[in-house]
Ligand binder design. Structure first.
Ligand SMILES: Cc1cc2nc3c(=O)[nH]c(=O)nc-3n(C[C@H](O)[C@H](O)[C@H](O)COP(=O)(O)OP(=O)(O)OC[C@H]3O[C@@H](n4cnc5c(N)ncnc54)[C@H](O)[C@@H]3O)c2cc1C
Length: 558
């Protein structure tokens, strides 16, 4: 994340660090318990799960970012009436900062399990607290405080992979490049890391990971914890895109116990959208990541549990229990059980039919255009293939950074597949050139670095020194994990729902009673954020009806 002109800690300090009035503290007492700390005690320790959210009643606590390389001044010093905590406490995840008592301290500790009651029962106060916690996370994201330190070259595909994963999951991190930073080189020497093993990740708890997978990194930083195989959720939701998150918000707020699983990050395709301009209620548009981060926090506020990253590889009926209970089998052989399942696994991007495409994926060929990719394109020529709205948005966004954007389109016009406002915006951009009836024919480069792209138009081939290629050429349903024996799919692999899936099926129900499908993965769905969100809300009524029919009381109190 590039640093803003004025950090949020300056512009919104009063909202980030509110001081509660005595009467407000009184109202919070019933949610927590009193604890005393001596000078020097840690109330929160980076990399460890804190006991909850603290309301400081007496004394002072300093909040600092832990940094192996330099001693940092406190981010803030909390006094009486202050709240000590951050979004990590809402989700029961490890703290991102140290909180150390500067004097003897008395505090009200509200455990994570009681925070949901606070948010529901004390709506106005809960809203102020939630806003403060969200803004504190934004502050940590701005400075990269509290997350892992990635050491490696900015353009290395694995650095991009790890940074992309952390950014998409709203987790702060810092990166240092050993080619440019003597401190990074010294650190590598001290840790006896061979430069060929880069990138490495240093986690806040001190562990060192050599070129980790996203799952390894997530476990190390506490983003993903082990799942309880004995617990039975009312609903397991596969996919944390807009459809899955909407289900989580409505289901959890209505008292169902909910687990959301996603193999990559929250937000789905919408999270990768640089700007969504047609979502109701945002007349000036909103970045997909900002919209989805709100939904993610909202779902957690109501008590929905998140398991990200978790790839679901199979759906099974629970052995020996008819078909009323379901088990989801995850990669790495974890299992979770639920009374009902919501399939919200969306779609994945199509790949271009060029022989050496794989050699450039992750480094020079991208399937979305987030600020991370846009930053790399600064002053360069880039090519973008596609003619839908997602391609149009990406072209407009990249044009703000790149020297030139070649928009490669197979069809005869953009208007057939792109909204008019985007066609007009593209036409007004001097550095975007639309190439109609054109197809990419070859990629040239070495060691994962693209040097040129060739395209063919009316039998004539053109070669341009293009460094980055973006592909927005449609998508296929993410249903490989669903066997046709469990759930009926249509000829293109989308999930059948409603009467087309079987007699008596309700609108979003699949051929398997108790398994529902919503959003882009559902056959015949409208591929829009609003449609996905609407189906996420709608399916909750169907979940209640199913659980009631099956005689399964919702597990509200667990
Ligand atoms: C770049 C871009 C821009 C867009 N802009 C707009 C716009 O401006 N307006 C608009 O209305 N629509 C837009 N769309 C379309 C919109 O984003 C989608 O219609 C919407 O995201 C669909 O939501 P979904 O929840 O059904 O699926 P998705 O968003 O596809 O989410 C599915 C999720 O499921 C996860 N998943 C898949 N398989 C598994 C598995 N086996 N295990 C666990 N998790 C799994 C994926 O990781 C993903 O996070 C855009 C799409 C793109 C790509």
């Amino acid at each position: 994340m590039s640093p803003p002109e004025r950090p949020i800690v300056e512009t919104r300090r009063h909202q980030m660090f509110p001081t509660l009035a005595a009467a407000e503290i009184e109202r919070l007492r019933r949610f927590g318990e009193l604890r005393a700390y001596r000078t020097g005690d840690y109330l929160a320790r980076t990399g460890e799960v804190a006991p909850g959210l603290f309301v400081i009643l007496a004394g002072e606590v300093s909040i600092t970012q832990r940094d192996e390389r330099v001693a940092r001044p406190p981010i803030v010093v909390h006094g009486p009436g202050s709240l000590l905590g951050e979004l990590a406490q809402v989700a029961g995840r490890p703290a991102l900062v140290d909180g150390v008592a500067r004097s003897d301290v008395e505090a009200l500790v509200i455990p994570t399990s009681r925070l949901r009651n606070l948010f529901v029962e004390e709506a106005e106060l809960g809203e102020r607290i939630m806003r403060a916690l969200i803004l504190r996370r934004v502050g940590l994201l701005e400075t990269g405080s509290g997350g892992p330190l990635i050491i490696g070259r900015a353009e290395h595909p694995d650095v991009l992979r790890l940074e992309g994963f952390l950014a998409r999951n709203g987790h702060p991190h810092q990166r240092i490049d050993p080619d440019a930073d003597a401190g990074a080189r010294a650190l590598l020497e001290r840790l006896a890391v061979d430069p060929r093993e880069l990138p490495i990740a240093l986690c806040p708890d001190g562990s060192l990971l050599r070129n980790p997978s996203e799952a390894q990194l997530a476990r190390c930083i506490g983003l993903r914890t082990a799942l309880d195989a004995r617990r039975v959720y009312d609903a397991a939701i596969v996919g944390a895109g807009p459809a899955g998150l909407a289900t989580a918000v409505y289901a959890a707020s209505e008292g169902l116990s909910v687990l959301v699983l996603d193999c990559r990050a929250f937000g789905g395709q919408a999270g990768a959208s640089s700007r969504i301009e047609n979502y109701l209620g945002f007349p000036t548009g909103i970045s997909g990541m900002a919209l989805m981060a709100r939904a993610y926090n909202q779902a957690q506020k109501f008590g929905a549990e998140m398991a990200i990253p978790s790839e679901v590889v199979r759906l099974q009926c629970h052995p020996g229990n008819g078909c009323g209970r379901f088990q989801l089998v995850l990669a790495e052989d974890e299992r979770v059980s639920a009374r009902a399942v919501v399939v919200a696994s969306g779609v994945r991007y199509r790949r271009l039919d060029v022989p050496n495409l794989a050699a450039f994926e992750g480094s020079s060929v991208h399937y979305w255009a987030s600020p991370l990719e846009a930053q790399l394109c600064g002053g360069q020529e880039v090519a973008l293939v596609g003619a839908g709205n997602s391609a149009g948005q990406a072209a407009v966004y990249l044009a703000s950074q790149a020297k030139k954007v070649w928009l490669v389109v197979r069809g005869r016009s953009l208007a057939a597949s792109m909204s008019r406002y985007l066609v007009e915006r593209i036409a007004a951009l001097p550095n975007v050139e639309v190439l109609l009836q054109t197809e990419v024919s070859a990629l040239e480069g070495r060691d994962g670095v693209l040097e040129a792209v060739r395209w063919r138009r009316a039998g004539e081939e053109t070669r341009r020194p293009v460094r980055y290629l973006f592909l927005f050429i449609g998508a296929e349903p993410n249903t490989a994990w669903l066997s046709k024996d469990e759930v009926a799919l249509d000829e293109k692999g989308f999930v059948r729902t409603g009467p087309g899936a079987g007699d008596g099926r309700s609108a979003l129900e699949t051929s398997r009673s108790g398994v529902f499908a919503i959003g882009d993965v559902r056959g015949g769905s409208v591929k829009r954020v609003a449609a996905a969100v609407g189906e996420g809300a709608q399916v909750v009524a169907a979940l209640h009806a199913f659980l009631e029919r099956a005689g399964e009381a919702p597990a509200t109190s667990r």
